[in-house]
Design a protein around this ligand. Structure first.
Ligand code: SF4
Length: 224
């Protein structure tokens, strides 16, 4: 019985967020995956790797710059590392990111004939691809049921009181149990947007939050 109530509460909160963010631009990685580009799976993957620890706007600028020079596994694998570093410099952690992007491209080129694999086990077998990135590619680029959990998707359901977890991996498992599958497709984009605009890591804007009345504000010590 308790689970049913919870599912109803979750549905109301998510529907409210969907309405609220209807006219907002979706995060860069989501938009990258919604093109008809035949390299969209590869571009989604690379944009996701570039997005680590940087702002969305930055991911957009750097992805565009990189893809204007190299937008296939072959082209990126053939780029000299110094040139790749220079192209993605402003995304931060550019040395690590350049190494990862180059080696991921080389594996996709050699082992998968230039095509991004579409299974979780194959994606996770590639060094540099973690759970969140694999799930982003599966969900966004291949339309498969997967829940990509980043810091926002981990933090907000905990604040709402839906789950009580310590890591994104635990969050993924708990959300799989309580989140209706019809919400899996857009869950990540919605919660990333909410985390970037209102439910910020420090001092969330609770007074402006459209789902305030559904939220238990667990662990929120200071809000605006
Ligand atoms: S009420 Fe505050 S803590 Fe809860 S979801 Fe909204 S912004 Fe986040």
């Amino acid at each position: 019985m308790k689970k049913t109530v919870k599912k109803q509460e979750i549905a109301k909160a998510i529907n409210t967020l969907e309405n609220y963010y209807k006219k907002h631009r979706k995060p860069t990685i989501r938009r990258t995956s919604q093109t008809k580009d035949k390299e969209k799976a590869f571009k989604t993957l690379i944009a996701c790797l570039l997005s680590l620890r940087t702002k969305d706007k930055n991911t957009e600028i750097v992805s565009k710059k990189l893809f204007s020079v190299a937008d296939t596994p072959k082209k990126i694998a053939n780029l000299p590392i110094k040139k790749l570093e220079k192209l993605i410099y402003s995304s931060g952690f550019y040395k690590n990111k350049a190494r990862t992007i180059k080696s991921v491209s080389e594996v996709i080129l050699k082992k998968y004939k230039g095509k991004v694999p579409d299974t979780e086990s194959e994606l996770l077998s590639i060094k540099g691809i973690g759970r969140k990135t694999a799930n982003i590619v599966l969900n966004f680029a291949f339309n498969k049921l997967a829940l990509p959990i980043d810091i926002h998707c981990h933090r907000i359901p905990n604040r709402l009181g839906w789950i009580k977890t310590k890591t994104p991996e635990q969050t993924e498992k708990e959300l799989e149990k309580i989140l209706s599958k019809k919400y899996w497709r857009e869950f990540n984009s919605l919660f990333v947007l909410h985390g970037q605009t209102i439910c910020k890591p420090r001092s969330p804007l609770c007074s402006k939050c459209p789902i305030n009345k559904y939220c238990k504000k667990v662990g929120v010590l200071k809000s605006r």
